[in-house]
Design a protein around this ligand. Structure first.
Ligand code: SF4
Length: 371
C-alpha cells in the first residue's frame, strides 16, 4: 500500500500554470512545462521517458520529483454493443469504476469522483458500500487518460468527446477537486474538452449547485427520481436537506451553456415512481423550466429491492411528458450484461479479493507502465 504522505505528487493533477511555476522553481524554462503538459494530456503518455523532445537529464529529474502513474486496470468487460466497463485499482488499493459508452459519432466516458458514496440512495449499490474517500485530481484525470489510451489501442477513429461526472460518488461533494479537474480538462492547451460536453451530475446539493454556477458553469444533470418531496426523501436521504422547491429554483437560475437545458435524470422503478399520476406530477413541477428529461429504466440487481418497469409502462410515462411539451428521452440501459449499474462491478471485484474472474482485453499494454 502506498504511503500517501511520502508519495511523490502526481503530475497529472496540476494545472499548466502550476506546472510552469514549478519548472521555474526547478530552474527550468517555463516552455518545458508546456511541452510536458502536451505529453501528459494530448499524447496521454505513461512515462517521462516517452517525452522525446526533453533532454534525458530533465526526464530523469522529473522522474525523481513527480509520479506520472495511472491506476491499475484490474478488469475490463465489454457488452455486445461496445459499452466497456473498467475496474481501476488506485495506489492505496481502493477500487473505482469508469464506463466508456459508444455513441453515433463519439464516445462518452462516465467518470467517478469518489471511492464509494455517502449519499445513501436506496436504488444504488455504491451507496451500500458507503463512503471511503474523495478522489484526488490526478485520479479523476487519469480515468480520461486511460480511456484515451484504450481507444487508441483499439484503433478507434471516433473521439472521446463527452465526459459525464456520473460514475461512483457525488461530484459536488468532492467540490474543489472536481473544479480543478474540470479546469484541466477544458484547457485548450491540453485535453481541450468543450465545456458544454462536460456534464456534472448531482443528487441536488443546492448550495454547491450555486457554487458551480459561479465557479465553473457547465452542463448540469440532476438526479431527481421522484416528483414530490415525500418519495424523493425516501429514495434519496440527502433530499431531506434540499426540498424540491429550492432545488427547482437552483435549476432555474443555473446559467445555460449555449442555451443548453439541464438534464433531469429519472430512474423509473416499477411500482415506486413509474405511474401515470406521477408522470403528471412531474410535468407539473417541471413546467416552464429549461430542462430535458432522461428516463432510465432501473437496472436490477439481486441486492436491491427494486424492479424494472415493463417497456409499455416506460413508454406511457414518456408519452405523458411529451404531451406536456417536455423533451424526454428513454436511456437504453446500456451495459446490463456487464454490470454497468453504478457500483456493480466494483462490488463484484471487492468480493473476489484476488480478481479471479478478470477478463482482460487482448492487450493491456496501453495501461501498463513502459519498462
Ligand atoms: S446514486 Fe450517485 S449519489 Fe446516490 S448513492 Fe449512488 S453514487 Fe451516490
Amino acid at each position: 500500500m502506498t504511503n500517501k504522505v511520502d508519495a511523490k505528487a502526481n503530475i497529472r493533477g496540476l494545472l499548466l500554470e502550476e506546472l510552469r511555476e514549478l519548472f521555474v522553481e526547478l530552474g527550468e524554462p517555463a516552455y518545458r512545462a508546456d511541452q510536458v503538459y502536451h505529453w501528459i494530456t494530448c499524447k496521454a503518455v505513461l512515462s517521462f521517458d516517452e517525452m522525446t523532445n526533453l533532454p534525458k537529464t530533465l526526464r530523469s529529474k522529473l522522474d525523481s520529483i513527480f509520479s506520472i502513474s495511472l491506476p491499475e486496470v484490474v478488469e475490463i468487460i465489454s457488452d455486445s454493443e461496445g459499452t466497456t466497463k473498467f475496474a481501476l485499482k488506485l495506489d492505496d488499493g481502493e477500487v473505482i469504476e469508469m464506463v466508456l459508452i459508444p455513441e453515433r459519432d463519439h464516445f462518452t466516458l462516465c467518470v467517478s469522483t469518489q471511492v464509494g458514496c455517502a449519499m445513501g440512495c436506496k436504488f444504488c449499490l455504491t451507496a451500500r458500500t458507503g463512503f471511503r474517500r474523495n478522489l484526488e485530481v490526478n485520479e479523476i484525470i487519469s480515468q480520461v487518460v486511460l480511456a484515451k489510451r484504450f481507444l487508441l489501442s483499439k484503433g478507434e477513429i471516433l473521439p472521446l468527446r463527452n465526459l459525464v461526472f456520473m460514475g461512483m460518488g457525488e461530484p459536488l461533494a468532492n467540490y474543489s477537486n472536481l473544479i480543478k479537474a474540470l479546469k484541466i480538462l477544458e484547457d485548450k492547451r491540453g485535453f481541450n474538452f468543450s465545456r458544454k460536453r462536460l456534464t456534472v451530475s448531482t443528487v441536488g446539493l443546492v448550495d454547491k449547485i450555486y457554487n458551480l454556477a459561479q465557479d465553473f458553469p457547465t452542463a448540469l444533470a440532476i438526479s431527481l427520481h421522484a416528483p414530490n418531496d415525500r418519495l424523493r426523501q425516501q429514495l434519496i436521504p440527502v433530499a431531506k436537506k434540499y426540498p424540491l422547491e429550492i432545488l427547482l429554483e437552483a435549476i432555474k437560475r443555473f446559467p445555460r451553456i449555449k442555451n443548453g437545458r439541464t438534464t433531469i435524470e429519472y430512474i423509473l422503478i416499477k411500482n415506486v415512481n413509474d405511474s401515470k399520476i406521477q408522470a403528471e406530477e412531474l410535468c407539473k413541477i417541471l413546467r416552464g423550466l429549461p430542462v430535458k428529461v432522461n428516463l432510465i429504466p432501473f437496472n436490477p440487481h439481486p441486492e436491491l429491492p427494486f424492479e424494472r418497469p415493463d417497456a409499455e409502462k416506460v413508454r406511457e410515462f414518456q408519452r405523458v411528458l411529451l404531451e406536456h411539451g417536455i423533451l424526454t428521452t428513454v436511456r437504453k440501459s446500456k451495459g446490463i450484461e456487464i454490470s454497468a449499474g453504478c457500483g456493480q462491478l466494483r462490488r463484484r471485484i471487492l468480493e473476489s479479493s484476488s480478481f479471479p474472474n478478470a477478463t482482460y482485453c487482448e492487450t493491456t499494454a496501453w495501461a501498463s507502465p513502459l519498462s
